[in-house]
Design a protein around this ligand. Structure first.
Ligand code: M6R
Length: 366
């Protein structure tokens, strides 16, 4: 049932090339230069007239929502707010007529997200769901939506659900950006072509599994770990930290790289591993200076860089190379090594990777 893998999590990490392809199959028609999504097409007026998009989700799905904030604002120029579903409902939120609410959930059963949807609907909002489980409560409760088609995700730590959620949300942002005239047809086509290359780039990345295992062996006994990223990679840093803490029980925090100097830098010494995502596009020079600040305080640096990088290689203790892509798709690649790193560390610490303590696959209590 685990397809030859030791754990569901490892199997699901390796399923990502196919899962991403299944997500865009039938939707991304690169040769025709179009993105076809029935539920978006049928409600196109609502999306194009949206004053803003409010995203509600929890955990990893909330991180996908943060990536979507960058995607919708950057590509479609629609203002976005991303809310923890649990906080949204208790804040007496302001929901306007032209707001579009997007609820993201792998299981489609998360109680907090479901409650946020009910509240948004009661205030007249149009609610769109991005779910993985077909026929789930959230899929039924929302006005319409798009499935991720990632296939069953058994490991409590969400992996392929995250990358496929980002895939769906990227398709939506690209489609709306093109329709709004924010993305020219030629740039749009470049994005479509690039999306079709993502599965093979993920495949290529999975080949460095043993390299990551070696790094994991060095840091498996750490008690703390920091994850830093900027722009599109900031939510990836949060997701990397969540993956590590939930399955290995190592305390980890994700931060926007530039926030480090406003506090967390005080934590850095020779015992602190710092994972920095420093890919070529996306404020590279700024991240390099953050990296220098960490090094000069003797922090242990694990850097995720774009293939061919030379500058960070000189400074970091370990570098993990990822293939180049367009900036908005970077999270689809930069996430993969972080999933593998937390997986190997958890295995080496003897943790129950697929069913970590105190956690359930779907959180059906509020
Ligand atoms: O099923 P959902 O996407 O609604 O679940 C939300 C969170 O409970 C979930 O992502 C959780 O944070 C995972 N254990 C993260 O790996």
């Amino acid at each position: 049932e685990k397809g030859g893998f030791k754990h569901f999590m490892l199997k699901e990490i390796h399923e990502q090339p196919h899962a991403i392809q299944d997500t865009y199959r039938g939707r991304l028609l690169a040769s025709k230069g179009i993105i076809k999504m029935g539920s978006v097409d049928n409600n196109i007026g609502k999306f194009l007239n949206a004053n803003r998009i409010i995203i509600v989700a929890c955990g990893t799905s909330w991180h996908a929502g943060l990536v979507a904030e960058y995607l919708f604002e950057d590509l479609a120029r629609i203002p976005v707010e991303v809310e923890y579903a649990s906080e949204f409902r208790y804040r007496n939120p302001i929901i306007n007529k032209n707001d579009v609410v997007i609820a993201i959930s792998q299981s489609g059963e998360t109680a907090d997200t479901l409650a946020a949807i009910k509240l948004a609907k009661s205030q007249g909002a149009f609610v769109f769901g991005v779910c993985n489980v077909v026929g789930s409560s959230i899929a039924r409760e929302t006005d319409t939506g798009a499935y991720t088609h990632a296939g069953p995700e058994i490991g409590v730590a969400s992996t392929k659900a995250f990358t496929t959620q980002i895939t769906v949300l990227a398709l939506m942002a690209l489609k709306l950006g093109n329709l709004k005239g924010e993305i020219s047809n030629s740039r749009f086509n470049t994005f479509l072509q690039e999306m079709t290359l993502i599965p093979s780039k993920v495949e290529e990345l999975l080949k460095i599994n043993s390299e990551i295992e070696k790094i994991a062996a060095i840091y498996k006994d750490a008690t703390n770990c920091l994850y830093l990223g900027r722009g599109y990679n900031f939510p990836v840093a949060l997701e990397g930290a969540l993956k590590l803490k939930e399955i290995s029980y190592i305390h980890a925090e994700g931060y926007p790289a530039a926030e480090m100097k406003h506090g967390p830098i005080a934590l850095i010494d020779e015992h602190m591993p710092v994972v920095v995502i420093a890919t070529k596009k996306g404020h590279y020079d700024k991240v390099v200076s953050n990296i220098q600040e960490i090094k000069s305080r003797n922090g242990k640096l694990i850097a995720i860089v774009t293939k061919g990088d030379t500058i960070v290689k000189e400074i970091a203790d370990h570098v993990i190379e990822i293939p180049e892509t367009v900036e908005p798709f970077t999270p689809l690649l930069s996430t993969i090594p972080l999933q593998l790193l937390s997986y190997h560390i958890a295995v080496m610490r003897g943790c129950n990777v697929d069913q970590p303590r105190n956690l359930a696959k779907s959180v059906t209590v509020e």
